[in-house]
Design a protein around this ligand. Structure first.
Ligand code: ADP
Length: 306
């Protein structure tokens, strides 16, 4: 699969504040690439550089192999950008907002009418199109903001934390839209500090912290590489577990205990055997699925949650 975006060695400072240090990643055509990191990590700055709004101090962005800086028209044509803040005219209807933004992108006449109908259908807001934006909920505004970025039919859609502070219904709509766009071959770059979103939507991710990419790759590979292999058990006689050879680290969690092991499947079997031999009761026993939270924790020593 070809890479439509190739981001090479971006650095950016704002005065004395370093926002990005040597950021590089590539995005495959038709995939969803997630940029995951806490607030202030450098996600927005990266996205603004991709769209040409902010210029990097060093480094470059190649779109379909072409240097974006040397071809701003290509950037405008190829990329749709959904900024974090809502940029709509509150006193205009959603339809009139879309007319305005479509014309700004050079879409006109019959084509624009068709595109507006299409993107309104995609957002699930066709019925409300004539209502003023000020009557919309935060989530509906966000959906129209995304619609505005799609009017010129971009091949790449960049979304900067599109679900912050919105209702679950709008969030689900946004997820469905992204899946549908992917099925249509649109490449998505998606930034968030919610791990569940990356797990649901993205094929490849980069974890960004303090302006640096600390790891990147396929979701499954990252979890296998960095997550601890862990078993969760609930029993009233935890001391009897210590009779099993090779169990070293047992930590309390919720109503039970977490046991780390390089060989969790073998350990599960040993625990079941020991429960019969030593006669202790097991109330719950499971292998814990690795999560991105544990990947982040293992790499940074801190939690991604605010
Ligand atoms: P994120 O999107 O991950 O929250 P940002 O890219 O917005 O992170 O910010 C990265 C860092 O750069 C932060 O420390 C932020 O305060 C700083 N920063 C971002 N924009 C500006 C700006 N215009 N002026 C000064 N500092 C900025």
């Amino acid at each position: 699969m070809d890479h439509v975006l190739d981001i090479q060695h971006l650095t950016k400072t704002y005065g004395k504040k370093t926002a990005l240090v040597d950021i590089s990643f590539k995005v495959k055509a038709g995939s969803c690439f997630g940029l995951l990191g806490p607030n202030g990590a450098g996600k927005s700055t990266t996205m603004k550089i991709l769209t040409g709004i902010v210029e990097p101090d060093t480094g470059k962005v190649l779109i379909q192999g072409i240097d974006a800086k040397k071809n701003p028209l290509l950037v405008k044509k190829t990329i749709g950008y959904v900024p974090q803040s809502i940029t709509l005219y509150e006193d205009l209807s959603a339809f009139d907002n879309l007319m305005f933004f479509g014309q700004m992108y050079g879409v006109k006449g019959h084509t624009l009418q068709e595109r507006i109908t299409k993107v309104l259908k995609q957002t699930g807001l066709l019925e409300r199109a004539k209502d003023k934006v000020k009557e919309y909920s935060g989530g509906m505004k966000r959906r129209i903001n995304i619609a505005a970025a799609l009017l010129h039919n971009p091949q790449i859609l960049i979304l900067d934390e599109p679900t912050v502070g919105i209702d679950p219904q709008s969030r689900n709509h946004i997820f469905d839209m992204i899946q549908a766009l992917k099925e249509d071959g649109v490449t998505i770059v998606y930034s968030t500090h919610y791990m569940e979103e990356v797990e649901t939507l993205c094929d490849e991710i980069a974890i960004i912290d303090n302006g640096q990419i600390i790891t990147q790759g396929n979701l499954k590979e990252l979890k296998a590489k960095y997550s601890d292999k862990v078993i969760y058990i609930e029993t009233t006689q935890i001391e009897k577990l210590r009779l099993i050879p090779n169990i070293s680290k047992i930590t309390a969690k919720n109503d039970g205990w977490i046991i780390e092991s390089e060989h969790p499947v073998t350990l599960l079997q040993e625990i079941l055997k020991a429960s019969v031999e030593h006669g202790f009761e097991i109330l719950a026993l499971e292998m814990v699925q690795p999560t991105l939270e544990s990947v982040f924790l293992s790499l940074t020593g801190t939690s991604l949650r605010d």
